[in-house]
Design a protein. Structure first.
Length: 194
């Protein structure tokens, strides 16, 4: 890949910095898709000693690229995203990936195929972190920024996704504990973050 091709890839990826997500930050700012991708990548990196049988570098790669399709479609919250939305996003992403230098295109295509199949431990860990980060962000955001359906969704979301791992199940239960405290009005800890 030459320098110009490299820059063009970065220019497309930069769109994620300006692509808003459904969640807000602790200080009420709408977060970007890039911020979400960064944090799930950090979450994966921090687990390298907890999941010694998993290729954490591959999980970090998955986390970094998982929302690149939103460069073309924007973010659609999971609870309103349709199969048609997913097809459009996947199609546009695949078209773009095919235009990239051959080795990079092959690397990305292989990762996306593994991520979609959800058969490897790496793919399952990436998907779990993607969902858990959204829950953590909701717990960090002011309660009045939640949409009505999130009060119930934050109690149930992702338990099935993390079921393959006792460590992730424990993390999900800790997130639920924080959710319940937040909903029940124990906002002391969250106020300290502001």
């Amino acid at each position: 890949m030459d320098a110009r091709e490299y820059l063009e890839i970065l220019h497309v990826a930069e769109r994620l910095k300006d692509t808003p997500r459904h969640c807000t930050t602790t200080k009420r700012r709408t977060e970007s898709v890039a911020e979400h991708s960064w944090r799930i990548s950090l979450m994966a990196f921090l687990l390298r000693h907890e999941f010694k049988d998993i290729d954490i570098n591959k999980v970090v790669d998955m986390c970094l690229i998982h929302d690149l399709g939103e460069c073309f479609t924007g973010d659609i919250p999971t609870f309103v995203k349709t199969d048609s939305d997913r097809e459009v996003e996947d199609s546009l992403l695949n078209q773009w990936v095919k235009t990239l230098p051959a080795e990079l295109s092959e690397d990305l295509a292989a990762l996306y195929k593994e991520m979609d199949a959800q058969e490897t431990k790496e793919a399952k860990l990436y998907k779990s972190l993607d969902k858990l980060e959204a829950l953590i962000q909701h717990n960090e955001s002011p309660l009045d920024t939640w949409s009505e359906n999130e009060f119930e969704l934050n109690k149930t979301y992702a338990f099935d996704t993390v079921a393959f791992s006792s460590w992730l199940t424990e993390l999900r239960e800790a997130i639920l504990e924080d959710t319940m405290k937040k909903i029940e009005g124990d906002n002391k800890n969250w106020e300290l973050l502001r």
